[in-house]
Ligand binder design. Sequence first.
Ligand code: AMP
Length: 559
Amino acid sequence: MQTRVIPPAEGAYEYPLLIKRLLMSGSRYEKTREIVYRDVLRYSYPTLTERIARLANVLTEAGVKAGDTVAVMDWDSHRYLECMFAIPMLGAVIHTINVRLSPEQILFTMNHAEDRVVLVNSDFIGLYNAIGGQLETVEKTFLITDGETKTADLPNLVGEYEQLLAAASPAYEFADFDENSVATTFYTTGTTGNPKGVYFTHRQIVLHTLAEAALVGGVDSVRLMGTNDVYMPITPMFHVHAWGIPYVSTLMGIKQVYPGRYEPDMLVKLWQEEKVTFSHCVPTILQMLIHCKSGEGLDFKGWKIIIGGSALSRPLYEAAKARGIQLTAAYGMSETCPMISCAHINDQLQGASEEERTRYRIKAGVPVSLVEAAIVDTDGNFLPADGESQGELVLRAPWLSMGYLREPEKGAELWAGGWLHTGDVATLDDMGVIDIRDRIKDVIKTGGEWVSSLDLEDLIGRHGAIREVAVVGMPDAQWGERPVALLVLRDGHALDAQGLKEHLKPFIDLGQINKWAIPSQIALVTEIPKTSVGKLDKKRIRLDIVQWQADSSPLLSSL
Ligand code: AMP
């Protein structure tokens, strides 16, 4: 195609999209807004900029160069925020270590990412030292403390973070470089095999930040975060850069509150004292928050929370609403930086019933600007956006991981046919709304029908006795698979498989689910296994059920 490309004038500055650019505007707008870390530390935006320069000097002094990978093992903190800027701004890559993985998995990811330098919170010294002997590329370590005087038992220790920053120069001239340079990397764990590394460039993170800012600040029906809001993440910063919101908040000059290790009492205290108005988390964390002791009886009015990472069920939406929390569903994954779509109530829906609006508030929602979404069948044919046809959700956007780190075959699978394959079954309707039906591997194939485990969890969760539920398909000689439900009951309630059947019967009569969807067995448990990022761990749940079935465990009740 013959388009018209005009070469730049001599001397014209060809502005690269670099993460350093995101840092400029926050302190330009707001000199006094604070970055707060628990009840330990608070400072203003100009200090943030200075501290990032100090950190860059410390890292440079320690030998960190462009292209190196620098890993962080910390809870959500101001230090993490500083690292999310300083490390990529040097041209190095920040590896945000998932501290919830097993030591073997952490070791694998650190060797695979070729981490050269590691910043270790004192809480993880034991963990680090357990694997330290097998780390192949790490040359230097930094210690992170909250000011406590712990003896630092770390090999090749350069020093303690705060002390080093205090001694460093508060100025650093950050060079320009190619906007396609990798800025961040982290690992996603699948059902099988080793964790896979995803990676994002400066250009991708800048574009993602701008689109996310336009979404949270600009779309009236979800108006989540403006400059007067106060932000506190409740998603770990190692999980897809806390969904990119620290970059958005910094761009906007918003007060940011970092809670450290997630302790319900501290979260509630910070919410109250710092007047937090905007957060994001996975459903299980919200469950924990609204049921925790220190939150009991509190009216959380004015708290806007994005729920992502798993489906937002109607019972949780209603429970949060009753406590004053406005929930908005969003969808994304590690491979997608993560923002893909967000619930939106358009003009057409504004006029609909409350019931209809709620249905749309809990769906994955509308693809955000620049994202293209489609659904395909198993042969890769595009399916119609009719709200009925179900297929795999495939995506295009400027901020999708371009493959898996040093795994070309898995990368090619992810990108088969030029679209990123999500592994999620979805429908698209004529308003462009994505509804995630299930993960492909979690759909229950029973009696020749497909049952969505997410649908079933939503309907089962409406039973008044149930606090938490997970449904998986288990092999069955006659039906292929049958659903089995794990339930946590509310205090003082009882339920058996027959009682659950009676609860589900009306939904069958209404045609919302088919008769094979009724769980053949339920297990009453006190806790449901969760993954390292707080989602239902269906792999573990299946293994537990196999064991209970083999042992004829009294936890199980059958129809
Ligand atoms: P992860 O890579 O750990 O962030 O997991 C991404 C996966 O979480 C997606 O592929 C979906 O299966 C699931 N997920 C994320 N957001 C939603 C949502 N709003 N509704 C249903 N599932 C979701």
